[in-house]
Structures are given as structure tokens and as C-alpha cells.
Design a protein. Structure first.
Length: 384
């Protein structure tokens, strides 16, 4: 299965099937609108009023509920939508959003909302432009990003920090501490360096991704950070040290590690239904990862591997839900695996994310059918 950047490459995996060496990717060019961090409201930015609309764009790929109850929906090319339970408002570049492609949504402890946006591909410059913006309830302001972060300020694990992917072809991640954005490089691996050495840009100019690019940044129940990479596996950071589970172990192939989830037993799943992993902290040399058997359905011992797991979540009852690329949603309660088809009329639809809201409700972001919500035993198209 082809690679697909879960934050920025939203045209669908089918476009990526031409292969890595011949497709253009995303390069990072974060635009700074403030002199330092987001110290205050940018006077140059207009007050974001938005436009009241009756329906969503078809490509709504991210769903997020804020602490105040508002739902935010990030789209591929129509900006972001806010739904307060009564009114659906669409915010676009007309309202101060840097770009209409929204590839991620987060919230800080003060209730500010952050959006990762990116532009259309520029064939001349051969890159996208990515911007991380903060919405304070009135205006959108871009975060300033330094070229380098001083070593003493770099890798830290603080409970209120926000983490962002650096974008394709950057090989970095960003940590935002509420005042400053820190540009951080993942520790190198032999596999990563071998790939870079074997594929110099002078010989392969169409390669526009780094093996250290991240698809997902995931914080576990103990506050550790996990980074799922494009083709090097998973990196775990505990605030002091790093530990890798290499791609040679995970075997996700060109799909990369797009989904990371901790189950109710404190064990981890990485895009694969056949195995889960236990973190063993008993070795002084560092964390060890033990592989265990994954999903085995008591009713169907010969159940095949669930492939193309692109996003996962654990619900409030401790049940694991996995959204796949092309095979609907799977539910696993520890004993039985149940498939939930997701359709738009008679057509199966392509999923992108599965998320849990503050009440425990489950939502789907899709490539071309708008947002869906679990209603009893069926995922249904959400209509405000």
C-alpha cells in the first residue's frame, strides 16, 4: 500500500501509488506572523467572523471537540468549521486562516485552538507552505518558528506542551510551550542514514520526503511521546531518552506508522492487528519492547489481518476502534472483532481519522463524504 501523509497529503492513497521516487512531496516552510511566539493578538489580522453555512464540504478529515463543547472540523480545501450545537460557521482565508487546507487541530489549557494548515503544491518552488495558527476566539495568528532551537531548550517533556509534525520532507517535529515553538530533530538511526546516503537529492530530485518525517505524535497515559514515522518505525521519548521500534520489526511497509494507540491494558498497537507491544522498563540500558499476540477472534480463529489501519482510538468502555483505509471501522473488545461498514448511500467511503469527543462519542473524518458519527451500531453522516 502506498505512503500517505496523514496530516498533509490528503488527496488519498490512490494518488501515491505511483511510488515514492516519482512523486512530489511536502517540504516545510513555516511562516511566522509574530515576532516571538503568540504573545498577543496580531493587530494586522482581521477579526474572524466566518460565514454561517448549512452543510460541510465533502472532504472533512479532522474532527475535534473543544473543552467549551464546540466542535471543530478541518477540511481539505474549505478551511475549518465550528459547530456550537446550533450554528455551523465556516472560517477560511477570508477570516485570517493562512490556508484552507487544515491538517490538524489541538487545544491548549487556556482554550485556544491551534490549526495546522498548508497551501496547494507550488510546482515552481516544488513545495507546500505549512503554517501553525492559534485562534484565540477572535483572530487567527501564526506561530513564529526559529530556524534552530538552543540545545538547553530543545527536548523536554512538559505536561502542557503541544506537539506538531514538522511537515513532509522536514524530518523534524515541533514543541510549543505556550510561548515559544521549538524545532526538534529526531535522533538518527542507521536505517535512516542509510536511506539518505542511498538516495541523494542530486540523483533522486523527485524524492521530497525524509525517512524521519512523522505521521503521528501520540502521548500515552504516562505522558511519554511516541512518533510514528514514514518508514523508520516508531520512536518513544520519555523526557530523558529515546527508544526505537524499527520498521523491520513492525513491518508496516510503505504505509508507514500512521496509527498509534494505547489500549486499556497499557499495551500499544501500531497500524497492525496481528500484534501489540508491551514496554518493559526493567532493563537499565533502556526500554525494551515485547511483542504479544494481537487480535484473535474467538468466533473466527482464522480471521485475517486487519490491514490499512490509519487511525485508532479507545472508547470510554476500554474498547479498541480502528479506522482503516478501505475496510471500514473495526471494533475489538478483547474477545471479538466486529466490522462496521461506513457508506455514503450504497458506496463505501474512504476514512481518514477516528476521534472521541468529550462525552465519549466517536467521529470519523473522511476523504470525500463529510464527517460521520457513531449512532448506536451504525456510523451515520453528521448533519448539523
Amino acid at each position: 500500500m502506498a505512503r500517505h501523509n496523514s496530516e498533509l497529503c490528503t488527496g488519498g492513497l490512490l494518488r501515491c501509488l505511483a511510488g515514492r521516487l516519482v512523486r512530489a512531496g511536502l517540504a516545510l516552510a513555516l511562516v511566522a506572523a509574530l515576532a516571538s511566539g503568540v504573545a498577543g493578538q496580531d493587530p494586522k489580522q482581521p477579526v474572524a467572523k466566518g460565514e454561517v453555512v448549512l452543510e460541510f464540504d465533502k472532504a472533512v478529515m479532522h474532527v475535534f471537540q473543544a473543552k467549551n463543547g464546540d466542535y471543530w472540523f478541518g477540511s481539505k480545501d474549505s478551511g475549518v468549521y465550528r459547530y456550537d450545537g446550533k450554528t455551523l460557521v465556516n472560517f477560511t482565508t477570508k477570516d485570517g486562516l493562512s490556508h484552507n487546507h487544515v491538517g490538524g487541530i489541538q487545544e491548549d489549557k487556556a482554550g485556544n485552538i491551534y490549526f495546522t494548515t498548508s497551501s496547494d503544491f507550488d510546482p515552481v518552488r516544488r513545495r507546500f507552505t505549512q503554517v501553525i495558527q492559534r485562534f484565540d476566539g477572535k483572530t487567527f495568528s501564526a506561530l513564529a518558528v526559529p530556524e534552530k532551537t538552543p540545545a538547553e531548550q530543545a527536548w523536554k517533556l512538559q505536561p502542557d506542551d503541544l506537539w506538531f509534525g514538522g511537515g513532509q520532507d522536514s524530518g523534524v517535529v515541533f514543541r510549543y510551550d505556550g510561548k515559544t515553538m521549538h524545532r526538534l530533530e529526531l535522533p538518527t538511526t542507521k536505517e535512516g542514514d542509510d536511506f539518505l546516503a542511498a538516495h541523494p537529492r542530486s540523483k533522486y530530485p523527485n524524492i521530497k520526503y525524509s525517512p524521519y518525517d512523522t505521521y503521528i505524535n501520540y502521548k500515552d497515559s504516562k505522558g511519554n511521546l511516541w512518533f510514528g514515522t514514514s518508514n523508520l518505525g516508531v520512536c518513544r521519548y520519555d523526557g530523558k531518552s529515546f527508544a526505537w521500534i524499527p520498521e523491520s520489526e513492525l513491518r508496516n511497509g510503505s504505509f508507514g506508522t500512521r496509527s498509534i494507540v494505547e489500549d486499556n491494558d497499557g499495551k500499544f498497537w501500531f497500524c497492525d492487528s496481528l500484534h501489540r507491544y508491551v514496554v518493559d522498563l526493567g532493563d537499565r540500558a533502556g526500554p525494551r519492547f515485547k511483542k504479544e499476540e494481537g487480535i484473535r477472534d474467538a468466533k473466527d480463529p482464522k480471521m485475517p489481518r486487519i490491514e490499512g489501519i490509519i487511525s485508532s482510538v479507545v472508547d470510554n468502555a476500554g474498547v479498541l476502534w480502528m479506522a482503516t483505509y478501505g475496510d471500514g471501522v473495526w471494533r475489538y473488545d478483547g474477545k471479538t472483532a466486529t466490522r462496521y461498514p461506513v457508506k455514503d448511500g450504497d458506496q463505501d467511503i474512504t476514512l481518514f481519522t477516528i476521534r472521541k469527543d468529550t462525552q465519549g462519542g466517536l467521529w470519523l473524518g473522511t476523504h470525500g463524504a463529510g464527517p460521520y458519527k457513531l449512532n448506536g451500531n451504525t456510523f451515520e453522516k453528521f448533519r448539523p
